[in-house]
Design a binder for this molecule. Sequence first.
Ligand code: PHE
Length: 449
Amino acid sequence: MANRGGFSSRIGFIVAAAGSAVGLGNIWKFPYEVGQNGGAMFLLVYLLCTFIICFPIMVGEIAIGRHAKRDAYGSYATIGGKKWGYIGLFGILCGIMILSFYNVVAGWAFGYFIEISFSNLLAETSFSEFFGRYTADFGDNLIFSVCFMIITAFIVVKGVSGGIERASKILMPMLYVILIGLIIYSLTLENAMDGIRFYLLPDITKLNAETIYSALGQAFFSLSLGMGALVTYGSYIDKNQNIVGSAAMISIMDVSVAFLAGLLIFPLVFSQGQTPSEGPGLVFVALPGVFNAMGPLVGRIVGGGFFLLLCFAALTSTISLLEVPVAYLVDEKKLPRKAVVWGLAAFIFVVGLPSMLSQGAVRAFSSMSWYGDKSFLDFVSEVFSDISLPLGGCLMSIFIAVRWKKHNLSEEISHGFPNYKGSIHEKIINTMITVISPVLLGFMFINTV
Ligand code: PHE
């Protein structure tokens, strides 16, 4: 194989993959999903989905990528033949569509950083009204999401270890620090405990099919699974890396950031008398209130800092989303990396325009009668992430069960995990991937359709 580049160390891979996982999914999407789906019950189901279903799937994806040393399509195709490559192609399509709307939301976060730091967002009388006005304003959205896509492309051009790894290493730890600081502050607010109760005390009556589907979709989205991102990143790592250990660390980092985000948001929501089921605006409405209460200067610094870190978290995710189709065109079509990156970035940006216009700017995209009056952004996010990612995970596990076979998976994992074969880890992972996941996910998919 030609020199494809690779991560420079084990930590480099873990940090980059965790950077892919940790993003808007944890800090923006997770809290509002919890708020809309009954609080603690959602959290519980989400944790179960993450550790029982998603963790083994993550191991499988990384192993496939490392074994084949190719992009998402090429990995399935080299191991299983051209037909199986369609699983990879489907993932690449999902990645493109996810990035198209993700970049729009990242643009909001970027805009909030600018508006809080350099303008007077914190002096607004209603943050909820402001959010509505802001997301409906095409001009601002356009500028900020163009910037975001350009920064993403710029880093992806530099290749895996140059850009992706270095950026992630510095920024991830900072995110933890600011989150924990803000949580301590928010817990001192009045009625904060009502928020904690909502978030941590499960109410069994809230358990229904809707909660389970949303939690499953959220777990896949948050861990960047089901669309080839980890197949692609896995293709850049060494044989002596322990895939199971790395996947465990990535999952724990991802879950802990989501958990902390909830711990921050719900005390704020309850202490400010807002409704937890507010939807996609939740963090954009709840957080400015607390920054405002810190006083003009401190609020500007802490608030600006928070949204800047959110942008960085989103950036390490957009990088991985763009890398998936880029790796495909570079590996399979032998196109030059630089041209591919800029061409795809422009294309995906254009695909994202209807999502950008769907928050009130253009009525036809904001409330689509053929789709239950929901917005185009909801449509793309539901179809290409909530439904397609678990489906992608299901197809991957079927691939391992019937085509690649579990003994080959074990062989690949054991390169970096000497006593893996015959261990309890092997039994659990094989059973989860080849039996439980295909059956459970397949059943759920048929049910949704
Ligand atoms: N996991 C990212 C997040 O939580 C989103 C993402 C999904 C990234 C799929 C890559 C692939 O924000």
